[in-house]
Design a protein around this ligand. Structure first.
Ligand SMILES: C[S@@+](CC[C@H](N)C(=O)[O-])C[C@H]1O[C@@H](n2cnc3c(N)ncnc32)[C@H](O)[C@@H]1O
Length: 280
């Protein structure tokens, strides 16, 4: 994985406010890199940017000359009818500058309901290869924004939809069903960590395999009449996560690290003993 992408996933993103699980970032990074291997070209875009938590990752996955279009109401929050997030252009820009740069950035402040696929292609100066749909969460917004993303998609493009299975936002689920009733030339290929992934039917197997390679385990299920990969992830323990950091690897054999290791091991034995007694 590219170093800047990895640094953002494992460190930077924790400093940006928003909604994005680490497991989802790993899948998105794998898909973005897989597109590069396949030679898929095009810009990236997100409808519903908030402070840029996901957008920054998409931006880092983009290449030189690929535009990155950020669409949000930003200062026009009076039009945010369901209060899904609250975009802030200043914070978004400074987050992007801090974790990447703004050279390829194209900002579109406005209501996504007024944006067509042709507008999006014009803003990106061509069709797009990665589009995240995470703006308004009503059925009307979901249907409209999915159609915009679909119409602007490059050959080999992927649409990432947030909250399809989030009970807080049933409108998104309703919207995706309505959108698929129109039989778009798209299929869902995977879902997991609150993201649902769509692509053209011809790329389904290739993208499904790339997404599945990052998951701890995968089961297949039917969704919208198609077989999709359900991506499951095993949460790493705190000990495991700390143990893999560079700072701990430097510390572990020092006079500070040795007593910490002893305390952790003793604590572990105690915890195991307690569990056994409780089980008994
Ligand atoms: C859930 S947040 C997005 C979270 C973001 N993707 C992240 O990575 O944290 C939804 C965003 O959509 C924006 N939004 C809501 N309704 C919109 C609309 N009709 N058009 C454009 N943006 C909208 C809000 O301002 C908010 O920033």
């Amino acid at each position: 994985m590219d170093r800047r992408v990895s640094r953002y996933i494992h460190r930077g993103k924790f400093y940006v406010e928003g909604w994005l699980r680490t497991e989802a970032t790993l899948v998105i990074a794998a898909l973005g890199e897989h597109q590069q291997t396949l030679g898929v070209k095009g810009g990236i875009a997100e409808i519903g940017v908030h402070h840029g938590k996901l957008f920054i990752l998409l931006y880092l996955l983009g290449r030189e000359h690929e535009k990155a279009v950020a669409i949000d109401l930003f200062g026009d929050q009076d039009q945010n009818v369901d209060q899904s997030g609250g975009g802030n252009l200043e914070r978004f820009r400074s987050n992007l500058q801090r974790h990447a740069d703004t050279r390829r950035l194209v900002v579109h402040q406005g209501n996504s309901l007024d944006l067509s696929a042709a507008d999006l292609v014009r803003l990106a100066e061509g069709p797009l290869r990665l589009v995240s749909v995470d703006g308004g969460h009503t059925p009307q917004h979901a249907v409209h924004d999915l159609a915009t993303a679909e119409g602007a998609l490059a050959e080999g493009g992927i649409i990432i939809v947030d909250d399809v299975f989030n009970e807080r936002w049933p409108g998104v689920s309703d919207g995706i069903h309505r959108f698929f009733a129109e039989r778009p030339n798209l299929v869902p290929f995977a879902l997991g960590a609150n993201k649902t992934y769509l692509c053209r039917p011809s790329q389904r197997d290739s993208y499904r395999d790339a997404a599945a390679a990052v998951a701890s385990s995968v089961t297949m299920s039917e969704f919208l009449g198609e077989q999709v990969a359900i991506l499951q992830f095993q949460r790493r323990s705190v000990q495991d996560r700390i143990g893999h950091t560079a700072i701990w690897r430097r510390l572990r054999a020092t006079p500070i690290g040795r007593p910490l290791r002893w305390a952790w091991r003793t604590g572990g034995r105690l915890r195991q003993g307690l569990t056994r007694r409780e089980d008994f």
